[in-house]
Design a protein around this ligand. Structure first.
Ligand code: KIV
Ligand code: ZN
Length: 517
């Protein structure tokens, strides 16, 4: 046990992370991510913004029901309706937190809130008191604190602490801060605010200048004891501080940091992969900690050094963050009981016997094509099968011709509401031809905004996981499909997006519909 105080790791992948255009998650996906964060021993999980939509409300509630070891939090503006909704969604939680915020920078107060600074303080105090009547644990955030005046921050924070806030969050909402300056600002606030000792100071940094992690760490060196962050640095615009970078910086440079974290680091890579697969946001190969090249040594000098003595070029051990942890869990001969047990260990809700049977059939099909089935394969299989959506469009068959010197062609049969429709189309490549063939039948009027393919595991027998993002007059839908054949995976992903669109179950940038106050 370390004698250092523990830095609270507050994960906002499912709230701020979900604000990345196209990164919205279904309820079932949020529960899976929530369970992965719990396995990682994240202290606080911000599961959503309950008032933003019915879907967000239900997701916060579902995460609060499923996750018992981490504290579950919902965001709310400084308004009674928001706070009521957050409290209601959080009822099933073992430990809950309401996070309420109001903007404090001159530009936000004048143009967005159209409120005088004194009125902003009144709103903040009222909101914190109101929230404290509903839950014990209330966090107050000064939105755009990075561009706020320190004197005003001192006034509003002192009032919020007096009103009962136990965590004070200082967000650099627009990613404007610079490490030395931001760290100094946090230090100043903690020194100047008379009741600062009654609250934990937190930071929440955006990455517009690529400084989110540096700013957060500078704040920790100056007294912050909570950091808000996201897996893979997902988040609004350029994203938030990446959880994995914060945690591993503190662990690796324990000689410099006056804190420790409670994070179980071997879960970092599997969780990063899960978030990437759910959102369709690939992780760049040279991304720190979780990128495919993060521990790969290419140059001869480096390889030689590592072989002779690992620490010559490695400051962390790959296995400590979960590399090589993907176990061969199941194979062709595994039975239903082993299959169910592994899904349960991964925190994947299995549901009825019928849905288990359906999953098991798909698992056997996959095991026939690919002998070693890893955890990542299981996640993809479940994402593919367990969408609670009626399949208006089903892939019956697909034949693709792709030959040097000829135009690729896709012959496809779709089942559309029970009726089989064969169609042929050509395109610039096999995937393009397939999408054109689907559109010749569906005529959806959508725009393809993103197409990404990720190998789920290593090796050429890996499943390809495809994300297709469609935009239909502003409605953004992500479809996912996985298969060992990437053209089939692409067709599945496209059809999945069309089915989700027809079923109307997606959320359109859920928090994007909420206004200032
Ligand atoms: O960036 C921000 O200011 C936020 C707050 C709501 C905490 O996300
Ligand atoms: Zn934010």
């Amino acid at each position: 046990m370390s004698s250092k105080p523990q830095l609270i790791i507050f994960d906002t992948t499912m709230r701020d992370g979900e604000q990345s255009p196209g990164a919205s998650m279904t309820l079932e996906e949020k529960v899976r991510i929530g369970r992965a964060l719990e396995r990682m021993k994240v202290d606080v999980i911000e599961a959503g913004f309950a008032i933003a939509s019915q879907g967000d409300f239900e997701s916060v509630r579902a995460v609060a029901e499923a996750v018992k070891d981490s504290r579950i939090c919902s965001l709310s503006r400084a308004r009674a309706e928001d706070i009521d909704r957050a409290a209601e969604a959080l009822k099933p939680a073992n430990a809950s937190r309401i996070h309420t915020f109001i903007a404090t920078s001159p530009i936000h107060m004048k143009y967005k809130l159209r409120l005088e600074p004194d009125a902003v303080i009144e709103h903040a105090v009222r909101a914190v008191k109101y929230a404290r009547n509903l839950v014990e644990d209330v966090e107050f955030s000064c939105e755009d604190a990075g561009r706020s005046e320190v004197d005003f921050l001192c006034r509003i924070i002192e009032a919020a602490i007096d009103a009962g806030a136990r965590t004070i969050n200082i967000p650099d909402t627009v990613g404007y801060a610079i490490p030395g300056q931001f760290g100094e600002m946090i230090g100043q606030l903690i020194t100047r605010i008379p009741n600062a000792d009654k609250a934990i100071f937190s930071v929440h940094c955006h990455n517009d200048l690529g400084l989110a992690v540096s700013n957060s760490l500078a704040a920790v060196l100056n007294g912050a004891r909570q950091v808000e962050c996201t897996i893979n640095g997902l988040g609004e615009r350029a994203g938030n501080a990446a959880l994995e970078e914060i945690v591993m910086s503190i662990k690796t440079r324990s000689d410099l940091f006056p804190v420790t974290t409670g994070i179980y680091t071997p879960e970092i890579v599997p969780t990063s992969r899960l978030v990437s697969s759910v959102t369709g946001f690939p992780v760049q190969p040279n991304k720190a900690i979780v990128g495919a090249n993060a521990f790969a040594h290419e140059s001869g000098i480096h390889q030689d050094g590592v072989l002779k003595h690992r620490e010559t070029y490695e400051i962390m051990r790959a296995e400590d963050v979960g590399w090589n942890a993907n176990k061969m869990v199941l194979g062709k001969h595994s039975g239903r009981a082993a299959f169910r047990a592994r899904l349960e260990q991964l925190g994947i809700p299995v549901g009825s016997d019928n849905s288990l049977n359906q999953l098991f059939v798909r698992f056997k099909e996959l095991a026939d094509k690919k002998h070693e089935i890893f955890d990542e394969d299981l996640h993809a299989l479940v994402s593919d099968t367990q969408q609670d959506v009626e399949e208006n469009y089903k892939l019956v068959s697909l034949e693709v011709t792709s030959k040097t010197g000829t135009t690729p062609e896709a012959k496809l049969t779709l089942n559309v509401n029970g009726q089989e429709k064969p169609v042929t189309a050509t395109g610039s490549g096999p995937v393009d031809a397939t999408f054109r063939a689907i559109e010749a039948v569906a005529n959806s009027g959508t725009l393809l905004e993103l197409y990404s393919v990720n190998a789920i595991t290593s090796g050429t027998d890996s499943q390809g996981e495809v994300t297709v993002r469609l935009n239909q007059a502003g409605r953004i839908i992500n479809g996912h499909g996985a298969d060992t054949d990437i053209v089939i995976a692409s067709a599945k992903a496209y059809l999945n997006a069309l089915n989700l669109m027809r079923a109307n179950i997606e959320r359109v940038n859920p928090q994007g519909q909420v206004e200032g106050i």
